[in-house]
Ligand binder design. Structure first.
Ligand SMILES: [Zn+2]
Length: 397
């Protein structure tokens, strides 16, 4: 049996007045997804356990059957895994953003979506100036990098209160620095980075070109490497993750799934949808399980782009679901489609309500629904209060 999961990130939504109190999922023309509902089961799942901030990392752990309460300690270690950074038991990994600070306020969490080439030079420069035998900076992509603190767990640095830079846009940086015992270690690095970056040639050029300079580092998402059983140990299946998002790839690598590179997969509206479907089919030739994640629908929610949210759902139906179904039609397979969390247009951010899922394929008969939608799914008696139970159900069903 081949198993495929498709995750339209943030696709679930609330009824919208402009759509006649329908949701983007209900309005989108998705014949393949609807036919899967007709032949399969529709239900709801809560992917964000109580007490967690709704985010893709927490939700993805749930959907992959790993309890966030046991295994989630910040996004740093998962992104470090994606970069192939080896963390020892007492090491901590922090996400290190290149940001733009202006007049004491956080102007841009992404330093103008700085290019990877410029960013890598800046992060290397930061590492030359601030790196020690305990502290090391690793370049990633664009504004997203990693700092590792060797033996940082002994300094309590994973227990500090950190602020995500995208949540404090336009606010005073000084009021949102890390808090707690030994926080001065992290604050000192963030403050020192300002002088180091301000005068760098790359930033002088960026200012000349009216681009946001990367004039500060912002440290957050701190955690130690989680000790997790591999996916194969847990479920007896080998698999692959297909995503443009480093964090999702990093979660996959941490549990021993192969993270496939798809050319043109960019985490945005114009991502290479067909390429992802083909990568999933290629993965299923070799493995039992494929996890296909599409970020575009979440971006549309954050950008409050209603039309694009609908369009991206239609692209997922036509360019991913249809291709995968054609590719698997002579095989025994099951497919699970579910958003990780809602990113409602009205809220422009993630929420923690249950999301609608569908399961269809070999050995599964209909539970009586014909349309994929948040509202229709509320009528289903199939509900998983604990997100981690969904995958077991999918495999054992
Ligand atoms: Zn999001």
């Amino acid at each position: 049996m081949k198993y495929v999961m498709i995750i339209p990130d943030g696709a679930a939504d609330y009824p919208i007045e402009a759509l006649g109190q329908k949701t983007p999922i209900e309005v989108a023309d998705t014949p393949n997804i609807d036919s899967l509902v007709k032949s399969g089961v529709l239900g709801r799942v809560k992917t964000i356990p109580r007490g967690f901030i709704p985010s893709s990392d927490v939700a993805t752990l749930s959907l992959l059957g790993y309890d966030p309460k046991l295994y989630y300690s910040g996004r740093g270690p998962f992104e470090a895994a994606n970069l192939g950074i080896d963390l020892k038991e007492n090491d901590l990994a922090l996400r290190c953003n290149l940001v733009t600070e202006m007049d004491g306020k956080l102007l841009d969490y992404s330093a103008g979506h700085i290019s990877t080439k410029e960013a890598q030079a800046l992060v290397k420069h930061i590492d030359d100036k601030l790196g020690t035998d305990k502290i090391k900076f690793f370049p990633g992509k664009s504004y997203r990098h990693i700092m590792v603190v060797r033996d940082g767990k002994n300094l309590n640095l994973d227990k500090l209160q950190y602020y995500a830079p995208h949540d404090i846009m336009g606010k005073d940086t000084s009021k949102h620095l890390p808090r707690g015992r030994n926080s001065e270690i992290i604050i000192d690095l963030m403050n020192k980075s300002k002088n180091i970056l301000e005068n760098h040639e790359i930033n002088k050029v960026r200012v000349d070109l009216s681009e946001n300079p990367a004039n500060m580092i912002w440290l957050w998402g701190c955690g130690a490497k989680p000790v997790m059983p591999s996916f194969e140990e847990k479920f007896g299946l080998k698999g692959a993750v297909i995503s443009a998002v480093d964090l999702i790839k990093g979660i996959g690598k941490t549990i021993g799934l192969e993270a496939l590179e798809v050319e043109g997969a960019n985490g945005y509206y114009d991502t290479n949808y067909q390429g992802k479907a083909q990568a999933a089919l290629a993965a299923l030739d070799e493995y039992d399980f494929a996890f296909v994640h599409v970020e575009a629908t979440d971006e549309a929610g954050h950008n409050q782009d209603l039309r694009m949210k609908i369009t991206c759902l239609e692209r997922i139906d036509k360019m991913i679901v249809e291709i995968i179904l054609k590719g698997l039609k002579d095989k025994e397979f099951r497919i699970l489609i579910t958003p990780d969390h809602p990113t409602p247009i009205a809220k422009r951010t993630h929420t923690d309500e249950p999301v609608p899922f569908l399961i269809s394929g070999t050995g599964i008969s209909s539970n009586g629904f014909s349309r994929y939608s948040e509202q229709v799914a509320q009528n289903s008696s199939l509900y998983f209060e604990k997100g981690i139970d969904l995958l077991n159900y999918f495999f054992k069903f």
